[in-house]
Design a protein around this ligand. Structure first.
Ligand code: DP6
Length: 324
């Protein structure tokens, strides 16, 4: 029996300018470019072993054997990599994350980045990070940003070959902290992949997409200039624009819980009181509160006091996806 194995670790990321909607769903060619911050301490570790003896792909997620749509999505992604490597062996995939799945912390981002890196390495492909990012995108759009650490931009691109992410600045450049206020732990009813398909049904999506270059520019400049107030304003505006599209799509997607709104309002008040903190929310109810390290203890204590906040997960800016 022959087998080839590799293990990779990747971090999730939080988008400051969000990806929402695709021009081509099959290859995840996004409607707009996006910018994110990679989240350290949180990670997904994935081992891929291609074996001649396997009759089909196998997936174990956080200790549980997984079949159905979860396995097919992984298998489809492995097919892309098998085709590139001219390999026919099926694979055993074992993946573990140290943060709650389906709770607004994109496990698909770290998951598909770690899967891509480990599977490509096990298959003997020696690829540049840009190509690893492009391939990750096919598994989950936001995963293309998790190949890189620090602050990362994913350019929308014109076609399959030129839509990938690249680093803007590394983590040491600006050590912001993400305090994730968890208000809901169960799996969200409509996942991102289904949500992207509804984006164009909102009359607001056209305006949101048309305005993206402006938001990307302001966000990029704010990061390069370590300009907290400017980053705070643009990230909150962008998050609100995406949620406006979600709420006005058919069917409507309303991810917020009462505690979500309570946190948003508190964060805005704290910022007007002089604390460096802003909110951003992905396709879920949990609120990412991005702050500077000097106020993190104070913000954490304040967040825990808000009714409905179950726990606060801390993540500093993280590094690149790596092989182990
Ligand atoms: C709201 O990358 O999870 O988090 O490509 O279908 O896997 P798929 O979607 P996904 O979408 C992320 C949406 C978002 C915003 C973002 O991360 O940019």
């Amino acid at each position: 029996m022959s087998s080839f194995s590799a293990t990779a670790i990747a971090h999730p990321n939080i988008a400051l300018i969000k990806y929402w909607g695709n021009r081509d769903h099959a290859i995840r060619l996004p409607s707009n470019g996006s910018i994110s911050m990679t989240l350290g301490d949180l990670n997904t570790q994935t081992t891929v072993t291609f074996k001649s003896s396997l009759g089909s792909d196998e997936l174990t997620l956080n200790g549980a054997p997984t079949s159905g749509s979860g396995l097919s999505r992984v298998s489809d992604h492995l097919d892309v990599i098998r085709t590139l490597a001219d390999l026919s062996f099926k694979a055993q995939v074992v993946s573990n994350s140290n943060f709650p799945m389906g709770a607004g912390i994109a496990s698909s981002a770290s998951g598909f980045a770690a899967l891509t890196l480990s599977a490509c390495s096990a298959a003997g492909l020696d690829l540049a990070p840009q190509e690893l990012s492009r391939i990750s995108r096919l598994g989950s759009g936001s995963a293309c940003r998790s190949i890189f650490g620090g602050y990362v931009e994913w350019s929308r691109g014109e076609n399959d070959l030129d839509s990938f992410a690249y680093p803007l600045v590394d983590r040491e450049y600006w050590m912001l902290i993400d305090l994730i206020a968890v208000v809901e732990k169960e799996h969200k009813s409509t996942g991102s992949s289904q949500g992207h398909q509804l984006a164009d049904s909102s009359p607001l999506q056209v305006a949101r997409v048309e305005d993206t270059e402006r938001r990307l520019h302001v966000c990029r400049e704010a990061i390069l200039g370590r300009d907290f107030p400017s980053l705070a304003n643009i990230a909150e505006e962008d998050s609100n624009m995406m949620h406006a599209v979600m709420m006005t799509s058919s069917p409507s997607l309303l991810y917020w819980r009462p505690a979500t709104l309570a946190i948003m309002q508190s964060v805005m008040n704290w910022r007007s009181d002089g604390l460096d903190v802003f909110y951003t929310i992905d396709a879920g109810a949990n609120v990412h509160c991005i702050c500077s390290p000097d106020v993190e203890d104070e913000i954490k204590d304040l967040l825990i006091e808000i009714p409905g906040v179950q726990e606060v997960i801390r993540a500093p800016v993280g590094g690149d996806a790596t092989l182990h």
